[in-house]
Ligand binder design. Sequence first.
Ligand SMILES: C[S@@+](CC[C@H](N)C(=O)[O-])C[C@H]1O[C@@H](n2cnc3c(N)ncnc32)[C@H](O)[C@@H]1O
Length: 218
Amino acid sequence: MDRRAIVDGLLADPPRVHEELYAPPELGVWLTERECYDFLADRTAPGASTLETGLGVSTALFLAAGAAHTCIVPSRTQVEALRRYCDERGISTTGLHVELGRSEDVLPGLGTDPVDVLFVDGSHGFPTPMIDWFYGGRRLRAGGIAVFDDRQLPAVAAVVDYLDVDPRWKPLARTQKWAAFERLADGNLAEDWYDQPFFTRRWTFRERVRGRVRRFLR
Ligand SMILES: C[S@@+](CC[C@H](N)C(=O)[O-])C[C@H]1O[C@@H](n2cnc3c(N)ncnc32)[C@H](O)[C@@H]1O
C-alpha cells in the first residue's frame, strides 16, 4: 500500500489508545504532526526493524508499513486497545513485539540487535528521552534513523541539542515539535568527555567576566 495512504487511513480513524491518559476526547489518542508520521512511513520499508518507546498511531503505522516492530510501553490496556484496533482493520500484528514496562527499566536489558528506525515518544520527563536515545540509539545501524517527538519539552530538547553538534548524527528533518537524525556511525554510545570535542560549554557573559576577574586577582 502507498505509505502516505497508510497515514491518511490512520489519521482519519486513529486508535483510541490514550483515553486513560486524558487524550483529547474527540481523538482518544495523543498525536504528533502529520509530517512526522509521513516521515516515519517513508523511512520504514517492509521488513525494517523498528523500535519505539510509547504506543499509539505510530505503532499502528509501523505495523501497517510491514515492520518487525518492538514497542516498549508500561500500559497493558493500551496494548490491548491497539491490538483490537489492528485486528478490526486488518493490520497484521504478527510483526509486533511488546515489552510491557517503562523504557528506562526495559531498554538497558533488551539486547543490542540492530534496528533501522528508532522512535522516541514515551515518557518526556528528564532523563528518560536521554535513556531512550542511549540504549535505543546504540542499536541503530549506520544509516539508521532516530526520531524524537515533543522536542519543545526540555528533556527532549537536551538530546536534540546534543545531536545537533555531534557530527556522527546528521539532521534530516524537523519542525518545532519533532526532529529526525540519521546515525552515521554504529556501535555503543558510551564514551568519555574527551571523545566529544565538539560538545563545548557555552559560557554566559557573567561567567566569562567572573573568570577574567578571578584570573586577574590570582
Ligand atoms: C505521547 S504518547 C505516544 C504517542 C504515539 N507515539 C502516537 O503517535 O500516537 C506517550 C506514550 O508513552 C507511554 N509512556 C509513558 N511513560 C513511558 C515510559 N517510561 N516508557 C515507555 N512508554 C511510556 C504512554 O503510556 C504513551 O503510550
